[in-house]
Design a protein around this ligand. Sequence first.
Ligand SMILES: Cc1cc2nc3c(=O)[nH]c(=O)nc-3n(C[C@H](O)[C@H](O)[C@H](O)COP(=O)(O)O)c2cc1C
Length: 282
Amino acid sequence: MSAESHPHPHLTRARAWLRWLRALFQRPNDDPRKTLAVALVLCLVCSVVVSATAVGLRPLQERNAARALKSEVIKVAGLETTGMSLDQAFDQIEQRLVELETGEFVDDADPLTYSYRDAAKNPAASRALAEAGRAGIQRRPDRMPVYLVRENGQLQTIILPVYGAGLWSTLHGLLALAPDGRTAKALTFYEQRETAGLGSEVAGERWLSEWPGKVLIDERGEPVIEVVKGRVDADAPHAEHRVDGLSGATLTSNGVTNLMRFWLGEQGYGPFLARLSDENCG
Ligand SMILES: Cc1cc2nc3c(=O)[nH]c(=O)nc-3n(C[C@H](O)[C@H](O)[C@H](O)COP(=O)(O)O)c2cc1C
């Protein structure tokens, strides 16, 4: 018996489908069944094209995001980079992963490919907080990347990624600290979607320029930094712990106070900063 006389059942079914489709597309153009079929085929083709483009572009987007982050780290590190490529400039910075609970470095993962955003969504790599708290963080990643700048082996700058709720969006930034682990050297917010001209000033040069020299943590290790409503009286006690509020954007300003206090506290980088300061003193 030949294969031709008994074709494979899948082949028979495919042929039947093709015949049915051909008959459908041979119908007159004003037949609603043909209109529906054309719309369906168009939708299918478009969705395949859009999905393929999204998947195809993902590596490029990830590369661009990694480059953007590197350039933000370099900027907040305040390094001299004239004549250097981005990668050469970034090579001057040591990247490490920190286990927040213990404050110790971990070396079993690559800090460059580690994503604290993915970790925060993964129950195996993050911890649910009993209360979301004011910074709006429900799950805290177990590990965070940190960036260290050394000169002749001496620690110069500690750069910590920070994030937390603003009014409309999550603010993502980088805080550069002096080697004492308490004094700000620079701050940047490289991702936020607050209102342009109000909350978005959180990422503006003018406001960020108020941060260098502010003492964020007191002698007992408590985060005390506060973005106040209005202007800070330079002669008032604790002026070094206070930053001018953004006018018309008190809620975004409060978000910055909350996220700073969270990340500099016990649940954030507190144990890491305490360990660093012990090392620097001892
Ligand atoms: C359309 C609109 C957008 C706003 N965007 C922000 C914002 O991005 N951040 C913020 O803190 N307040 C924003 N506000 C204002 C807040 O509702 C609130 O009035 C303000 O934070 C209080 O700050 P103030 O006491 O300094 O005026 C916005 C208000 C409106 C009507």
